[in-house]
Design a protein around this ligand. Structure first.
Ligand SMILES: Cc1ncc(C[n+]2csc(CCOP(=O)(O)OP(=O)(O)O)c2C)c(N)n1
Ligand SMILES: [Mg+2]
Length: 309
C-alpha cells in the first residue's frame, strides 16, 4: 500500500511537469495543444499504483500523469513531449502519442475514446493467451457518448474481459457541462446496463482511487470481468492552453474545487514533510526540461523509418 509521501511525490512531480510545460508553451518552445490536468492529479497517482508494470494502459491527451505514475523515465518522457530525437518514441509521438510496450503503455491519444478499443483489444489478447495482465483505459465523462466506446463496453461485458474502464468525471467535455450533453447523467447506471460492474470514488483522494482501482484489478485478474469506475474530479485550469476556463463556469465553482485540490489536501496531512518532497521534484523536473531542450531534433530522414510502408 503506497504511503501519503508516495502519492504526494507523484502528484507534485506531475504539477511541476505541467508548470514547466506551460512556461515552454507560453514561450513558443512547445508547439501544439497542451491539455493540463491540474486538480485531477490524484486519479493517475492512485490508479497507477494499483497496476503492475506489465499491465496495459491507454489514456488521453491529458494522460502524461498516468505515463509518469506507471513508472516511465521522466527524462525520456519530457524529451518526447518536446519532440526530441532522444525521446521515448524518438520524437515521433509527442505528447499525444506517448507509447512504450515495455511498460504496457499502448498510447496516450488525441482522439476522444481512441484508446478504449485498444485497451479492450489488449484485454482480449491477454485472455486468449491465458495471461493475467489486465488493461486499464482512462477517459473522460464526455467520452461515454462515443458510439464505439459503447461497443467496447458491450464486448468487454460479453467476454468478461480483464479491463478497467476508468472515467475521470470532471463535469465538463471541453466547454460543455455534463448535463448539456448527457440524456442520463448517472454514468454508472448507463454503463451498468451493459452488464458491467460499476464503482464510484472521490477522484481527489489518491487513497480511495487506489483502493477502488485495486478492487477492479483483482476482479479482472480473477477473470471476473470488467469494471467501470467513475472518479469524480475537476480540472481547475482550462481545457487546454488557449482556454482560460472562465467562460462556461463560475469563479465560485472553480474556487470550491481549488480548495479540494488533492495536492493541497495532502500538504495538510504531511505538514513540514511535504516541503522537501516538493522542492526535490521541482528541481528534478526543471533539470529534466533544461537538459531536454539541449537534445537534438530528429533528422528529417527519420520520418521514413519505423513506419509500415
Ligand atoms: C473523436 C474526437 N472528437 C472530438 C474531439 C475534440 N475534443 C477534444 S477533448 C474533447 C472533450 C472530451 O471530454 P471528456 O471525455 O469529458 O474528457 P476531458 O477533456 O474532460 O478530460 C473533445 C470533444 C476529439 N479530440 N476527438
Ligand atoms: Mg470531462
Amino acid at each position: 500500500m503506497p504511503q501519503a509521501e508516495d502519492f504526494y511525490r507523484q502528484m507534485v512531480r506531475l504539477r511541476a511537469v505541467e508548470n514547466e510545460l506551460t512556461k515552454l508553451s507560453q514561450a513558443g518552445q512547445l508547439r501544439g495543444s497542451l491539455h493540463l490536468c491540474q486538480g485531477q492529479e490524484a486519479v493517475p497517482a492512485g490508479a497507477c499504483a494499483a497496476l503492475r508494470q506489465d499491465d496495459y494502459l491507454t489514456c488521453t491527451y491529458r494522460g502524461h500523469g498516468y505515463v509518469l505514475a506507471k513508472g516511465l523515465d521522466l527524462d525520456l518522457v519530457i524529451r518526447e513531449i518536446l519532440g526530441k530525437a532522444t525521446g521515448l518514441c524518438h520524437g515521433k509521438g509527442g505528447k499525444m502519442h506517448l507509447f512504450d510496450q515495455e511498460f504496457g503503455l499502448l498510447g496516450t491519444n488525441g482522439i476522444v475514446g481512441g484508446g478504449v478499443g485498444t485497451a479492450v483489444g489488449a484485454a482480449l489478447a491477454s485472455w486468449l493467451d491465458g495471461k493475467d495482465q489486465v488493461a486499464m483505459t482512462v477517459f473522460g465523462d464526455g467520452t461515454i457518448n462515443q458510439g464505439h466506446v459503447n461497443e467496447c463496453f458491450n464486448m468487454a461485458a460479453l467476454y468478461k474481459l480483464p479491463v478497467i474502464f476508468l472515467c475521470e468525471n470532471n463535469l465538463y467535455a471541453e466547454m460543455t457541462p455534463l448535463e448539456r450533453s448527457h440524456g442520463n447523467t448517472d454514468l454508472c447506471a448507463r454503463v451498468a446496463s451493459f452488464g458491467i460492474k460499476t464503482d464510484k470514488c472521490d477522484g481527489n483522494d489518491p487513497f480511495l482511487v487506489y483502493e477502488t482501482v485495486s478492487r477492479a484489478v483483482e476482479r479482472a485478474r480473477k477473470s471476473e470481468g470488467p469494471t467501470f469506475i467513475e472518479a469524480l474530479t475537476y480540472r481547475t485550469t482550462g481545457h487546454y492552453q488557449a482556454d482560460a476556463g472562465t467562460a462556461y463556469r463560475t469563479a465560485e465553482e472553480v474556487a470550491i474545487w481549488r480548495d479540494k485540490s488533492p495536492i493541497a489536501k495532502l500538504e495538510k496531512v504531511l505538514g513540514k514533510a511535504a516541503e522537501p518532497i516538493a522542492a526535490e521534484e521541482e528541481e528534478r523536473v526543471a533539470l529534466a526540461v533544461q537538459s531536454a531542450l539541449k537534445e537534438p531534433d530528429p533528422d528529417l530522414s527519420a520520418a521514413l523509418t519505423e513506419v509500415f510502408a
